[in-house]
Structure formats: structure tokens, C-alpha cells
Design a protein around this ligand. Sequence first.
Ligand code: MLT
Length: 312
Amino acid sequence: GWPASPAVAQATYPTRSITIVVPFAAGGPTDTVTRLVAEAMGRDLGQPVVVENVGGAGGTLGAARVAQARPDGYSLLLHHIGMGTTPSLYRRLSYDAVNGFDPIGLVTEVPMTIIARKDIPANNLQELVELIRRQRQELNYANAGIGAASHLCGLLFQTAVGAPMTTVPYRGTGPAMTDLIGGTVDLMCDQTTNTTEHIRAGAVRAFAVTTAQRLPSLPDIPTTAEAGLPGMEVTVWHALYAPKGTPEAVVNRLSRSLQFALRDEKLAQRFADLGTAPVAQDRATPAAARAFWQADIAKWRPVIEAAGQYAD
Ligand code: MLT
């Protein structure tokens, strides 16, 4: 491992810019959330907080980068529900996906939307499901790789529909959205932080939101239960992490800074426009994030084993 930072360095932390790795492409949902958080944290910390996109392999390349970084508080990871699913989806990883990070705090829980290219021949979710059953693997489902939220939602959707689709993997749903708008792929299930504005603009069609209640930001879109797929509920939790072994004082400083960011009114307003909200202050803590992360690993393991779709 790395030598521990001297206490004197911790007292003045941070003395230079901090990098937050987003394990997906720029312009997508994780990137959007992270840039808002990074900007506000930078104001609190008095140093720039820079976002670096390290996409690929369903978020595992970016996570590996941070797991292997020096645990000094200058390399962080903002990742989502993939932290809960990856340990079950991947049999071989270059890093410890269960224990290789020190959580800093939860950030947000983002609803998802089942969307399609705008000219898909279906008027509602039931018609979409019938189309998928009829056309089978001729419909292309875009996702951000095994371990992505869009992959997990696709698994749940295919299980509910009872028919497989052909999946097309991207480095993030930002680039996937470009192809969905262009009509070169047919379907996606993606977070409202990426889809809301394109749904409102009519660039894509939305069939359902994956929450128990309708969203104030998309009031005309039915819930999955209303649209005929009861039980298909999923929200995408995000948390901020440091590499394992980061000094506790640094982790606590970062947690306070995350709480500052999540209190920011402009951030909260932007989150609301995008269908989500910051977590409560007492969840933006190392203990809350660790408990949630570990519970989520246990929650998804049987679901993934039942679906039987693994990465190599
Ligand atoms: C992204 O930022 O591209 C997404 O979070 C991808 C996903 O998990 O579906």
C-alpha cells in the first residue's frame, strides 16, 4: 500500500486540485450529477475539483483507476448503483469491488425512464411490450455496458417482458442518447438526469418512469405499475468514494464538503429540474454510504444470479 499522509498535510488539505473520476462518458447522467457536485465542493474546499471521464467496461475501468490511486484525497470516484451490482456481475476484476474504497457519502437517488426512438410504432408501454415480444431480437437496446444502471434496468425489463432484446453497449448513455435520438438504436432505460430534457423536447418517446409515484418533472409519464409492469421499480443511487486507506480526517473533510454541495440551492434546483433530489444531509456521510453500498450488494446478488447474465 501507500505510505500514510503526514498529519500536517491533512491539517491543510486540500493544497491542490482534486480529481473526481466519472466511470462513464462525458455528457451522460453520472457526468451531469458529478459536475454539479464538483463545482459546489470546489467552492467549499477552496481548490478546483476536476471531473475526469474514464468510461468503459460498465464503469469498472474508472472504478479500478481510483481503487489503485494513492489514498491521499486527491483522486475520488463518483459512482452509482453499479457499485452494488458489479461484485455479482463480474467474476474477475483488477480491484476489490466490495471493499476497495472508503465511502464519503451518498449523493442522490435518480429515477429511470423507459424510452424509445421517437418514431417507434407503439403508443404506450403495453404496445411496446407487444412489439418487443413480436420482433424479439430485432429491436436494439442501448446500454452503458455490464454494470451500468441502463444494463440493470434492461435486465429487469427483459425479465418482466419475458423476451430478450439485442443489446448495444456504449461507454455511457450520453453517447447512447445521441444514437437513440438519431434512430440508430430503438430502446433504452436511462436516468432522468439524462433523459428529461430530451423527453420534453420530443426527441425521444418516454413510456414509463421506474418509480412508485409519478415525477413532478415529467407529470404526464405513467409509472411502470400504472403502465402495466407492476414491481418494475428501480432508482439509481450515487455515492462519492476515496481509495481504501484514505486518512479519516480527509474522508470526513470531504463528507462535510459534499454536505455543503448538497445544501446548495442552485444544485437542488437543477437536480429537481432533472427529476431527482440531493439526499438528506445525514446520508452524505461515510457510515450511511458504506451501509447502503453493502446492503445493495446483498440486494442485487440473488437478482443477478437468477438472471444469469454475467461479464467475463
Ligand atoms: C452514464 O453516466 O453514462 C450512466 O450512468 C450509464 C448507466 O449507468 O446507464
